[in-house]
Design a protein around this ligand. Sequence first.
Ligand code: ADP
Ligand code: MG
Length: 247
Amino acid sequence: MSNTDFVLAVEDLTVSFDGFKAIDSLNLYVDKNELRVIIGPNGAGKTTLLDLICGKTKASKGSIKFKNEELTKLPEYGIVRKGVGRKFQTPSIYENLSVFQNLEVSFPRGRGVFGALKFKCNAEVRERVQKVAEEIGLADKLQTEAGLLSHGQKQWLEIGMLLMQDPELLMLDEPIAGMSVRERELTAELLQRICQNRSMIVIEHDMEFVKRIASKVTVMHQGKILAEGSMDKVQSDPKVIDVYLGH
Ligand code: ADP
Ligand code: MG
């Protein structure tokens, strides 16, 4: 494919696990500054798609272009450096470190805990930590040990750790799982705040939440895209109704 304005262009993407195609000739295009929500029944291939984009899983076939650069041949850390951040379903924060320290170690210069502890915490890092802490609503918790945060706050902290790298594409897998109603509301606001100047892909199956945040929704089923468009459009699509009623 020739150069495009898409931040992400996935074409003919396929991955087989022992002959089973978890992702099957999938095409997906995400615009600059777009917040795309991907829904679909369990086993549709949503998590696998993110695994492929972030390089955790290697494609059997097809192409993944981020700002017109092919990602399928890059290692995971190379993809992170290009500006793609991905949050997994379970938060991976350092429970014994403070919120401040968790954010600090996520600053690109300090790779991993040990490298980060050695480097001087200069004004630039402090400034960035402060800004991100405000974005994720934890500015008054900077000195709190991360292990003492609520489940929702831990999720936000992990999003903040990704924001420290200032990714141009941020991918979140079921970010509100296990959250209280209030935490869900705050997360919807948080996502709207942080998608202002970056693209995001959010996998979620809570429809109320999806309605709140989504402009365009992609419905996956059996490793393929079943429908795409506004929430109203996909919800009234007979193919989509069929798949959800069948499960
Ligand atoms: P979703 O996130 O939409 O629920 P997944 O992407 O987790 O779906 O899984 C899609 C399908 O691929 C499932 O049938 C799952 O069992 C299978 N799958 C995912 N990862 C692997 C793997 N590493 N090895 C074998 N099968 C896998
Ligand atoms: Mg999944």
